[in-house]
Design a protein around this ligand. Structure first.
Ligand SMILES: NC(=O)c1ccc[n+]([C@@H]2O[C@H](COP(=O)([O-])OP(=O)(O)OC[C@H]3O[C@@H](n4cnc5c(N)ncnc54)[C@H](O)[C@@H]3O)[C@@H](O)[C@H]2O)c1
Length: 213
């Protein structure tokens, strides 16, 4: 079976493992949505206090109850401070900060550090999705070249699917919308090949009501 077909099958059969990088206001609720949809999730964060809190069943986000974290643990959720654990994941979603600098341009250093750390652990058949708020083109211009230092990234017209799939799907979450209502908003996503866009849509199909390209 091809790597992309295997990815689809794992998502459809709910045997896929989702990796979430950055367990903040976007990443942690997203992790819980995937768990709710029946997928197993491993969350990675550089903040060791967040990793410890989650693994002890505690929450650091006010509207997320500790009981919700404990329930997620019961469904296989665990947090890690070891980026190498992302290699076990079928899809890895990057939810790291992009705060605006004084010149109103986003600070890309968090994305750069994340991709640099992740690249040696990325593997063919895996889907990597940038969820952070950033300018269109960041995936092609920044993320893909950094990944390509360690792993082959699939391109339009590739004869083989022996590479990493990459997509962009900026998180449109707003703190004013409760998590259960947020899943009814369509997710926007983009990728450079049909196969990668399809993998991205399939990945969130059970968690979100719709997606657009
Ligand atoms: N919070 C919102 O309501 C919201 C809404 C829409 C979009 N966004 C966008 O989503 C992205 C994430 O925002 P957020 O509010 O969740 O940020 P956040 O600060 O709440 O969480 C980011 C997490 O990433 C972790 N992190 C930082 N560098 C890391 C690294 N190199 N590796 C692993 N983890 C790392 C931090 O420790 C933190 O836990 C940003 O681009 C933001 O603009 C946020």
């Amino acid at each position: 079976m091809s790597l992309t077909a295997s990815f689809r099958e794992k998502i459809d059969q709910r045997t896929a493992v989702i990796g979430i990088i950055g367990l903040g206001y976007v990443g942690l609720p997203l992790a819980l949505e995937f768990i709710e949809s029946g997928l197993r999730v491993i969350g990675f964060d550089v903040d060791a206090s967040k990793v410890t809190a989650l693994n002890e069943g505690r929450s650091y986000i006010q509207r997320i109850e500790p009981a919700t974290i404990a329930a997620a643990q019961g469904k296989g959720f665990r947090a890690t401070a070891d980026v190498g654990d992302m290699s076990a994941c079928d899809a890895v979603l990057l939810c790291v900060p992009t705060p605006l600098r004084e010149n109103h341009e986003p600070d890309m250093s968090f994305i750069e550090h994340t991709v640099e750390a992740l690249a040696p652990h990325a593997r063919a058949g895996q889907l990597i999705v940038l969820e952070s708020t950033t300018w269109p083109g960041t995936t092609e211009e920044l993320v893909v070249p950094m990944l390509e230092r360690s792993v082959r990234v699939l391109r339009n017209g590739d004869a083989s699917d022996n590479g990493v799939m990459v997509a962009f799907s900026p998180n449109a979450k707003t703190p004013a919308i409760p998590p259960r209502r947020a899943v009814r908003f369509p997710r926007c996503s983009a990728a450079s090949t049909r196969e990668q866009a399809s993998a991205r849509r399939r990945c969130t199909a059970r968690s979100f009501s719709a997606s657009c390209r």
